[in-house]
Design a protein around this ligand. Structure first.
Ligand SMILES: Cc1ncc(COP(=O)(O)O)c(C=O)c1O
Length: 510
């Protein structure tokens, strides 16, 4: 980023923070009109673009709304109170935790307790969730639903206008390139951008060590195929991301669920025990802003994991899909950053940050790189050339960093609002995770209830949720649900949470 653009970024952020504070302190009341863009740019001696960016940021945070031909107005709050965090003097948009933290900056406090750790060590298990998971995902994506189910951000949070401009220009000016397939490892200009971005999380890989894939899902599939065969055992977190379980199932491998702490990540003690008992071929993890638990595995834990696996020559498949979405804007060093032996296969994509519909992901496969490139060439030949060119351009010149800052702030707020609504409406005894990034909450209902039943009842009320059972190969987490918070906050969403809470209260105990 140039110095000028970073100064500009700070300026718009300062203006957005200041206005946000004035709104939460009541200096601007709901329904008040904000100064016009031109007037504010004159008052502050800043450019029109800077004020526009500040207003866009406040819109994303659902603090203000634009009314056609009239200007910008303060929105009616949709919840009675936001607690203390939002009026924190450090500024709204750089909140570290959606649930606040104590004055010493220790673990965030939250009204609802964190879910318990699942502690029993499982046996390697053949997975059989593929069909039920696909049905749930399909149902949750019906257009008329309030989709709190699939972890796909609403277009309100995506850089739709920028992509429209970039893709329009690519189609007009570079159509001869757009119509030609790019064979693996993929478009060089994109791999260069990704190599630069990976350096921010401590991974110093060359562009030649990256293969472009069709999203992170294909990256994970290629990695599993490169390191294991049908029947082999893959150690995973418990609960685990549904797509990983589906992939393990479709490749005929077995999942070994390792107890996972909701704030620290996979238990290394349990993993060590499991490695002594079972012929584990790889460990597949989402260590940063985990799906569904939300934790970020501490640094020391990452190093110890590698120390444990290195002598055994067991590779780690690291899914870093949510790595860019830390609310503080900081990037946690990836496990790959500590990998001196090519044992870590690093996967990611733009699905959570730019757009899942572009299907652009990547893998840096360490010592398995060649094998992955080879597998990619006969699994799907290539990845859409237009998508690759658009992502490369957006990362290089399209304001990707600014976009990230906006969605980090927006997701922090969404997660806070959702957490508060769940605290208000869900039955006593409900538990809730406390992510520091991403936009997913993992909610535990009290007692022995079945959230698959809740899923069906919620669908009848026009609400999609993901039942917890899909996050395990062994039918754990029946009383859990995963909630996607990347839906613009509105009274309908608040009402949907209230309905879910009521339905949850009425679920029969088994
Ligand atoms: C942790 C995790 N990994 C991978 C994926 C798949 O990502 P993509 O859409 O890029 O294939 C998802 C999608 O929700 C996910 O949550």
């Amino acid at each position: 980023m140039t110095q000028a653009s970073s100064q500009n970024q700070t300026l718009y952020q300062q203006i957005a923070d200041e206005l946000a504070r004035q709104i939460t302190e009541g200096i601007f009341q709901p329904g008040d009109k904000l100064p016009s863009i031109r007037k504010l740019s004159q008052q502050r001696s800043v450019s029109i673009a800077t004020v526009q960016s500040a207003y866009e940021q406040l819109e994303l945070q659902h603090l203000i709304e634009s009314r056609p031909q009239s200007g910008f107005y303060v929105r009616q709050p949709v919840t009675p109170s936001y607690g203390g965090t939002l009026s924190d003097k450090s500024g709204i948009s750089r909140m570290v935790s959606p649930f606040g933290s104590d004055s010493a900056g220790n673990a965030p406090s939250c009204e609802l307790p964190t879910p318990d750790q699942h502690t029993d060590l499982s046996l390697p298990t053949a997975v059989s969730i593929k069909q039920s998971a696909s049905e749930v995902l399909r149902r949750c994506q019906q257009p008329e639903l309030i989709n709190l189910g699939t972890a796909i951000p609403s277009p309100d949070f995506l850089p739709v206008k920028q992509l429209q401009r970039i893709m329009g220009s690519l189609v007009r000016k570079r159509m001869d390139e757009v119509v030609v397939s790019v064979f693996p490892p993929g478009l060089e200009e994109l791999r260069n951008q990704i190599a630069k971005r990976m350096a921010e999380s401590g991974c110093h890989v060359a562009a030649s060590e990256i293969v472009i894939t069709n999203g992170c899902q294909e990256a994970l599939t290629l990695c599993l195929r490169a390191v294991a065969q049908p029947g082999d055992v893959i150690a995973i977190e418990s609960p685990a991301f549904v797509g990983l379980l589906q992939t393990i199932e479709s490749l005929g491998m077995k999942a070994l669920e390792i107890p996972t702490h909701p704030q620290q990540g996979i238990s290394l003690e349990a993993l060590q025990l499991a490695l002594q008992q079972w012929p584990v071929k790889a460990v597949a993890l989402v260590p940063t802003h985990n799906n569904p638990l939300g934790f970020t595995m501490p640094d020391q834990h990452r190093r110890e994991l590698l120390e444990l696996l290195k002598p055994l020559n067991i590779p780690v498949i690291e899914d870093d899909l949510f790595g860019d979405l830390d609310y503080s804007g900081n990037r946690t060093p990836a496990i790959k950053a500590y990998d001196e032996d090519g044992l870590v296969l690093y996967c990611s994509s733009v699905s959570k940050s730019i757009a899942s519909g572009l299907r652009v992901g990547w893998v840096s496969g360490g010592r398995y790189q060649q094998q992955i490139e080879f597998l990619k060439s006969f699994s799907s030949v290539g990845t859409s050339t237009l998508s690759q060119m658009a992502v490369a351009e957006f990362m290089a010149n399209g304001g990707y960093d600014r976009h990230l800052r906006r969605i980090q702030a927006a997701y922090a707020r969404q997660v806070q609002l959702m957490g508060e609504a769940i605290s208000r409406w869900f039955p006593e005894g409900t538990t809730l995770t406390r992510p520091m990034g991403g936009y997913i909450l993992w909610v535990g209902l009290p007692g022995k209830v079945d959230t698959f039943q809740l899923h069906h009842q919620a669908l009848e009320q026009g609400i999609g949720i993901m039942p917890g059972k899909l996050f395990s190969a062994r039918d754990h987490y029946q009383n859990f649900l995963r909630v996607n918070c990347a839906v613009p906050w509105s009274e309908e969403v608040e009402e949907a949470v209230r309905t879910l809470g009521e339905l949850a209260r009425q679920l029969p105990q088994s």
